[in-house]
Ligand binder design. Sequence first.
Ligand code: ATP
Length: 271
Amino acid sequence: MSLLAVSNLSVSLGRRHVLSDVSFSVGEGEFVGLIGPNGAGKSTLLRAALGLVGSQGRITIAGHEAATLDVLERAVGIAYVAQEHQIAWPIPVEAIVALGRTPHRPRFAALSSRDHTAIEQAMRRMEVDAFRDRAAADLSGGEKARVLIARALAQETPLLLADEPTAGLDPSHQITLMRLFADLAKQGRSVIASLHDLGLAARWCSRLILLNQGRIIADGAPDAVLTAESLGRIYGVEAYFGMAAGRAVIQPLDLIQPPTQDQPEEDHDRT
Ligand SMILES: Nc1ncnc2c1ncn2[C@@H]1O[C@H](COP(=O)(O)OP(=O)(O)OP(=O)(O)O)[C@@H](O)[C@H]1O
């Protein structure tokens, strides 16, 4: 079943055409990396899929027209981790993670045992249970990011959208997160994560969607999308491609140098 389908999606912000005619569908069991240069439209695409920015085109969530779903109905189908990790309130980490259960709870009802299990599991997975009682506003940037990912995990949705979820995380927590997303996909849930780290994207995602200037340039298996040609053309970089432990390794190395225009001046005086 398609968890999210987007057809001919276009978004204009101000006078800018930010997304043009974007179509794709994500089924169960996929870990999709959304990649592309700064300003390509990745955040806007995630936000448009959630109905947070106006768009033209068609969006369905688990087969339902997104426009017919209210906020709570959408939140049962899709969890979202925004790019900005702002937590302004001095409330405990555990209370922030518990907010992920809101779509599943009757208003003003106490947390059920199922809610408690989901909250505990999410906190353990993101290793934030050790500071569950601390005020979330006082945490470091990476710790806040992990709390907000835990909140989205506690929501237990079939689909999770995450905007640059590895930004600000140390290598150990980056790998923990990518492994977790890959495991969720193996269990039949799906994740769409915008990523700038092409090495992590190539190594862990089952599929990559490459956006540039608001259009999908490539959509497929990582080794089909991340090629020397696409890295050169879209990012202007050359990269090392290899294999380690049965997985692709990609490391951008340097900017591709444009052919030099300046030829050495001829010495016309020489005879
Ligand atoms: N409110 C807005 N009004 C006008 N233009 C906007 C607005 N918000 C975003 N944009 C523009 O839309 C384009 C896409 O922005 P978006 O944040 O979706 O890109 P992105 O691929 O997520 O970039 P990054 O990798 O830098 O986070 C950019 O050129 C941005 O300047």
